[in-house]
Design a protein around this ligand. Structure first.
Ligand SMILES: *[C@@H]1O[C@H](CO)[C@@H](O)[C@H](O)[C@H]1NC(C)=O
Ligand SMILES: *[C@@H]1O[C@H](CO)[C@@H](O)[C@H](O)[C@H]1NC(C)=O
Ligand SMILES: *[C@@H]1O[C@H](CO)[C@@H](O)[C@H](O)[C@H]1NC(C)=O
Ligand SMILES: *[C@@H]1O[C@H](CO)[C@@H](O)[C@H](O)[C@H]1NC(C)=O
Ligand SMILES: *[C@@H]1O[C@H](CO)[C@@H](O)[C@H](O)[C@H]1NC(C)=O
Ligand SMILES: *[C@@H]1O[C@H](CO)[C@@H](O)[C@H](O)[C@H]1NC(C)=O
Ligand SMILES: *[C@@H]1O[C@H](CO)[C@@H](O)[C@H](O)[C@H]1NC(C)=O
Length: 383
């Protein structure tokens, strides 16, 4: 299992979009001041936190709430657009009334926030970015989310201790571009209508307890988008570390524009041949490790992709050393452990990609002489 840490173009574009709508204009602050009712709402909001002395001190000393730490206002209307309190210290939220808020980022706070009531978020009709990752503790997926489903573009509830199943109501999240529910305790199946979130570009629900098949609906995201000439097809699909089962190859034909496909450590099965991967020309990260997958690639196959991360641990690879790896010039991480490969490691293989950082060939029946790799000091090699 390999965890990639890549930032891809689409995410960059998205981040830029996010940045561009939270951005404020420094110069006009002298002219435009915050709106009194929103200032009041922010003060109420702050009262819900137990804030260590010093943090948010500007919230006391400054009259104009647009100059407060973490507050971003529209430079023309003075409406509060974004609240960015990430990495600040805080411990309990109550309520607020910020009807024009577009972005709320409370992620990566050092203290865990205990939330009694975030229902007021449902009264934020323009909220587009909601990043509560790592800080909040919810049990089920909170209901107020569904009230803002039509505007939300970015939703990050990683490590929020979410439990229970994922609601079918996600069908209404038609603007959502990024959905991150990773590292929670979600169970049940992936809703069949996830594919109706037609703007989705990044889906990360890895490290949960989801079971059942990967719905073919996920592939619909892409088909609908191609149909409407949308800019961003589903490009990152991270489903690793769940209990998903069934054959993977049935959804592959619909996912060929993926950049990241991570399904490691599930109970998927099936036979994957080169024909099924022939259209995956954008793929950079492929992690199929620790399932019950059989790979049948011919020795003269030249894939359309150039992978950076390859996880094929525990896949049945056929006894030959995989010749197609010779075409992959940008490999950074390669896990071929426990993959039932035998024979001699070909000499071309040791002419490794200069960016190789991690290589695991352990638990196979490989032979041959290890070349001098002493110059590759930054590489972790497991054999
Ligand atoms: C206000 O900000 C926008 C970008 O958000 C910028 O395009 C515009 O020029 C600014 N207006 C003024 C009056 O500074
Ligand atoms: C929020 O503000 C609106 C008017 O802007 C007001 O009608 C409403 O009662 C307020 N809600 C709360 C919870 O303060
Ligand atoms: C979600 O938030 C976590 C923690 O801040 C971050 O590491 C992760 O990259 C975010 N996920 C996405 C898809 O942006
Ligand atoms: C989706 O939104 C529509 C209209 O806003 C609503 O009638 C419907 O009940 C919602 N569907 C779900 C599953 O929540
Ligand atoms: C999801 O979209 C399909 C069309 O792609 C539509 O037939 C179906 O009714 C939608 N599902 C829901 C729950 O709206
Ligand atoms: C690959 O793309 C071509 C052209 O779009 C299409 O005809 C073919 O069916 C695709 N192959 C697979 C396995 O999806
Ligand atoms: C693997 O592919 C070859 C030719 O593409 C085929 O002859 C063989 O039967 C396949 N093996 C399995 C196990 O499907």
């Amino acid at each position: 299992m390999i965890m990639g840490n890549h930032s891809f173009q689409l995410l960059t574009i998205f981040t830029f979009m996010w940045f561009s709508f939270v951005v404020t204009n420094e110069h006009s602050r002298d002219v435009v001041q915050c709106i009194d009712s929103e200032r009041q709402a922010l003060l109420e909001f702050k009262e819900g936190f137990q804030i260590p002395s010093g943090h948010l001190s500007s919230w006391v000393t400054e009259e104009d709430c647009c100059k407060w730490r973490g507050v971003k206002c529209n430079n023309v209307t003075g409406h509060v657009l974004a609240l960015d309190l990430h990495s600040s210290d805080s411990s309990e939220l109550l309520q607020g009334n910020l009807t024009r808020l577009q972005s709320l980022d409370l992620s990566r706070n050092n203290f865990a926030l205990r939330v009694n009531n975030l229902d007021w978020l449902s009264r934020l009709p323009t909220l587009q970015v909601l990043d509560l990752g790592v800080t909040m503790t919810f049990l089920p997926i909170p209901n107020w989310l569904f009230d803002i489903s039509h505007t939300l573009m970015y939703l990050n509830l990683t490590r929020c201790q979410l439990q229970g199943s994922i609601s079918n109501a996600f069908v209404n999240f038609t603007s959502l571009v990024v959905l991150d529910f990773s590292y929670n305790y979600l169970s049940g199946s992936i809703p069949y209508n996830f594919g109706n979130m037609t703007s989705l570009s990044v889906l990360d629900i890895s490290f949960n307890y989801l079971q059942g098949p990967i719905p073919t609906g996920l592939g619909l995201i892409q088909q609908l988008q191609q149909h409407h000439f949308k800019q961003s097809p589903l490009c990152e699909l991270r489903l690793s570390y769940n209990k998903l089962s069934g054959p993977l190859e049935t959804i592959l034909p619909q996912l060929s524009q993926l950049v990241v496909l991570e399904v490691a450590a599930n109970r998927l099965e099936g036979l994957i041949s080169e024909a099924q991967l022939q259209n995956f020309s954008s793929l950079r990260v492929l992690d199929l490790s620790d399932n019950s997958m059989i790979l049948n690639f011919s020795s003269n196959w030249t894939p359309a992709f150039q992978l950076e991360t390859i996880g094929l641990s525990s896949c049945k690879m056929g006894s030959q050393f995989p010749q197609w790896l010779q075409s992959q010039k940008n490999i950074q991480r390669l896990d071929l452990s426990h993959a039932d490969v035998s024979g001699t490691v070909p000499s071309w293989f040791w002419n490794l990609s200069p960016s190789m950082e991690f290589l695991d060939l352990s638990d196979n029946r490989l032979s041959g002489e290890l070349p001098d790799l002493s110059s590759r000091t930054s590489m972790l090699l497991l054999i």
